[in-house]
Design a protein around this ligand. Structure first.
Ligand code: BES
Ligand code: MN
Ligand code: ZN
Length: 494
């Protein structure tokens, strides 16, 4: 599908669907009023009769019954007052879906309202919405393949700001879609070595550097934690290191670190049936978000050097698997007593964080589907946010005003540090059930080399069990949009 800009909406050009934003109440935007006039009041009558609320997420498809070359009008609610970026993303996502489901192949959309966002952001949000709303993962479907497909989606607007918004929206949506694709891939197809190969291909297409550390290299690095997690699987672990360098002078180095357990059986502490094992192919969502984010940095002209480090391993159960009671030596020399082989994410991240800190990153941000406890605390949609640097935490929260993702700051109480103090080793990898997301974060902090660090526990939002406005079931690509908005905010701080 192509998304293009078009100088203005013409009601005299044949098109399958025309998208019009509608706020609650009787008034229509200029395009809406024009359509209403040409239909002799039928549009406003239809909205009134159907009691159309104008709320974000609501759409209505109104056929024009041959009275206009435009075959149908898709109205999409934009809510009261100035719409947020996420309102526009949602409104254009559901509009695109409604048009597609009505069988439209060609769609023209009125301009999105700019409100307080400015034109560029408004167009960007609408474009992200269209792409993400229409996202589908069909690689393995041979039966009942959806036949309805939008082929052209034109949006009224021709300013430079609209053009920039379109380009940025395309880059961000492509990144989020890549993260979704990776998460949706079954673990038998996407294992650490394959993820590394995809990272290499992606890097060369996006002009990034990419170094992959195999087990021999990890041995040399002293990365005993990731090696232990990976050793139960015939699919060997990899530490994937991508680097983005800005066009001009770099304004500093930021490290993004992702957990990529391509499948988490729990290992010897095997996850029970009924614990959602079939979704544990998504335990690489943090790594997917990091790889995806790296692909959009150039399009957004991010002025920092960004290190993207992905700790990839498969947590399997076999004769060569690590065991509860084993003592590991992490890259930073700290020893870890394994309490549970199912607390593997913090182990691979331990080495990845140390590695990234030693690459010269001045700030570290990790993303990980780390704990069920984060889901208990904040539900399926909330990301538990931790950090040792208030500015980093504040900027990440501020970035969600744009991304619409739900991040919630959580405490790193030093009093809980004793819960992860080891008996025979320095640390143990589980602090028990109580405060499980907090103790996991405290564990990670031990490997950050004192650098400003933030941790996003995305166990809940990385995977969706039900369809939402701009994500289907499965991988959501959560985190990508916030990371990019965060980097843009930092860039704007000068
Ligand atoms: N990958 C899981 C966390 C998870 C659970 C993600 C559900 C998404 C949905 C992680 O590796 C894990 O198993 N964590 C354990 C830690 C415990 C053993 C200390 C958990 O949360 O139960
Ligand atoms: Mn686990
Ligand atoms: Zn896991």
């Amino acid at each position: 599908m192509d998304i293009d800009l078009l100088p203005a909406v013409s009601l005299d050009r044949e098109v399958d669907a025309l998208v019009i934003p509608v706020a609650p109440g009787p008034s229509l935007d200029p395009t809406g009023s024009e359509v209403d006039a040409r239909l002799e009041g039928a549009l406003s009558a239809a909205l009134r009769d159907a009691d159309f609320s104008g709320k974000v997420g609501k759409t209505m498809v109104i056929p024009t019954l041959g009275r206009l070359p435009v075959r149908r009008v898709v109205v999409t609610g934009i809510g009261d007052g100035a719409p947020t970026a996420d309102d526009l993303r949602r409104a254009w996502a559901v509009a695109a879906r409604a048009a597609r489901d009505a069988g439209a192949r060609s769609v023209v959309s009125a301009a999105p309202p700019t409100g307080d966002l400015g034109e560029e952001r408004a167009y960007r949000a609408a474009v992200e919405g269209v792409r993400l709303g229409l996202y589908e993962f069909l690689e393995y479907r041979t039966l009942d393949r959806p036949e309805k497909r939008v082929e052209r989606f034109d949006i009224a607007g021709e300013s430079d700001a609209a053009r920039r918004g379109l380009a940025a929206g395309e880059a961000v949506a492509a990144a989020v879609s890549l993260a979704r694709d990776l998460v949706n891939q079954p673990a038998d197809a996407l294992y650490p070595e394959r993820l590394a190969a995809i990272a290499q291909e992606t890097a060369s297409a996006a002009g990034l550097e990419c170094v992959v550390h195999d087990p021999a290299a990890l041995q040399d690095l002293g990365a005993g934690a990731i090696l232990a997690v990976g050793k139960g699987s015939v699919r060997e672990p990899r530490l994937i290191h991508l680097t983005y360098r800005p066009r001009g002078t770099s304004r500093g180095t930021i490290g993004l670190v992702g957990k990529a357990i391509t499948f988490d059986t729990g290992g010897v502490n095997l996850k029970p049936t009924g614990s959602g094992l079939e979704h544990m192919k998504s335990d690489m969502a943090g790594g997917a978000a990091v790889l995806a984010t790296m692909t959009a940095l150039a399009a957004l002209d991010v002025p920092f050097t960004v290190c993207g480090v992905i700790a990839a391993a498969e947590n399997m159960l076999s004769g060569t698997a690590f065991r509860p009671g084993d003592v590991l030596r992490a890259m930073n020399g700290k020893t870890i007593e394994v309490i549970s082989t199912d607390a593997e994410g913090r182990l691979v991240l331990a080495d990845a964080l140390t590695y990234t800190a030693r690459q010269g990153a001045e700030a570290l941000i990790d993303l990980a589907t780390l704990t069920g406890a984060a889901i208990i605390a904040l539900g399926q949609q909330g990301t538990a946010l931790y950090g040792t640097d208030q500015a980093l935490v504040d900027d990440l929260v501020a970035a969600t005003a744009w991304s619409g993702e739900k991040l919630w700051p959580m405490p790193l109480w030093d009093e809980y540090r004793e819960l992860i103090r080891g008996d025979v080793a320095d640390l143990k990898n589980s602090g028990g059930r109580a405060g499980g997301s907090i103790t996991a974060a405290l564990f990670l902090r031990e490997f950050t080399e004192g650098k400003p660090w933030a941790h996003l526990d995305i166990a809940g939002p990385a995977w969706a069990d039900k369809v939402s406005d701009y994500a289907g079931k499965g991988g959501t690509g959560h985190g990508v949009s916030t990371l990019l908005a965060f980097l843009e905010r930092r860039a704007a701080q000068g």
